[in-house]
Design a protein around this ligand. Structure first.
Ligand code: NAP
Length: 270
């Protein structure tokens, strides 16, 4: 399944996760992002939200379901899907089994390594385990998150038998908006997904440029920015808790920014 133009993000929603996932799917979101990382995500409740959505007639095959393997450093030692003493391959396998169980599915559309692992040889051990899920047709795409160093992405890309097709990163000024990473992604057919798109960029949302366009198109500045991200080949993650925002954001494909308008917003990333 092709990656939708926007994914619903499920971090930090705690007990509200199932109701919000259900609401997002009911309103029309076609993609869900989660992680097997109980510290920040209730992946089990994402699964319950999905079950509720299926009762509406929505089909598993029509949803792009994405989850992550979170390495030890990102886990709560008292609540994690594997043992710290397990070999890393076993950690990946246990986490993946938990994800399938939580999400009540036998396939995952995109399986993401939550952050790079060092040294490279260890990263490849993890990746090769993820590749076996692809070989077994349990995963359709593999990806990596929080990868801000092009050398690391290139290393992975060149050594991987099954190439990464997703990069999920924070979209912010400190990384120069990942300009070189995004160029690499575009060149190699990798989907670039952004998070913190709104929260890290209040200066852009408050800019005269965005406010002028919001006025012109009768949209919110958030909608203008999400639309812009799609225009420059970025798939934003959107974790809104508001039904109104869901409804508005899902309509961004209904209008087009002109090339000049896109260029003007691109200048705000300099
Ligand atoms: N890979 C990683 O390490 C990583 C890290 C962080 C996040 N993520 C993923 O990215 C997802 C999104 O997280 P995020 O940090 O980018 O922030 P977010 O959860 O999308 O937060 C967006 C904020 O902007 C507000 N907002 C205002 N207008 C909005 C609009 N029209 N549409 C949407 N939000 C609007 C929201 O408030 P309202 O709720 O009131 O709309 C919310 O406070 C997470 O749920 C998670 O899946 C991944």
């Amino acid at each position: 399944m092709k990656t939708p133009n926007m994914l619903y993000g499920t971090a930090w929603k705690k007990e509200a996760t199932s109701a919000l996932v259900f609401e997002a799917l009911k309103q029309g979101f076609k993609g869900i992002d989660t992680a097997c990382q109980p510290k920040h995500y209730r992946e089990d409740l994402v699964g319950l939200g999905l079950l509720k959505a299926y009762e509406l007639g929505i089909k598993r095959e029509d949803i792009f379901l994405q989850t992550k393997f979170t390495p030890l450093e990102g886990q709560d030692p008292n609540d994690m899907p594997y043992l710290p003493t397990d070999e890393i391959e076993i950690q990946v396998e246990k986490s993946f089994e938990t994800s399938k169980k939580n999400l009540k599915t036998d396939f995952i559309d995109a399986y993401i390594l939550h952050s790079p692992i060092f040294p490279g040889t260890k990263l490849l051990r993890v990746w090769q385990t993820m590749e076996t899920f692809y070989d077994n047709k349990e995963v359709k795409q593999l990806g990596i998150s929080n990868c801000y160093d092009l050398d690391v992405l290139e290393y992975l890309y060149h050594h991987a038998r099954i190439k990464p097709t997703v990069v999920q990163n924070r979209f912010y000024a400190q990384s120069n908006y990942d300009k070189t990473i995004r160029a690499f992604c575009l060149h190699n057919g990798i989907t670039y997904e952004s998070f913190w798109s709104l929260t890290a960029n209040p200066h852009i949302l408050e800019s005269a440029v965005l406010n002028h366009l919001a006025n012109k198109y009768q949209k919110s500045v958030a909608e203008i920015f999400y639309r812009f991200l799609n225009h420059i080949h970025i798939v934003p993650l959107n974790g809104t808790t508001s039904t109104q925002h869901m409804i508005e954001d899902l309509k961004i494909s209904e209008f087009e920014l002109s090339n000049n308008e896109i260029k003007t917003i691109i200048q705000l990333l300099d």
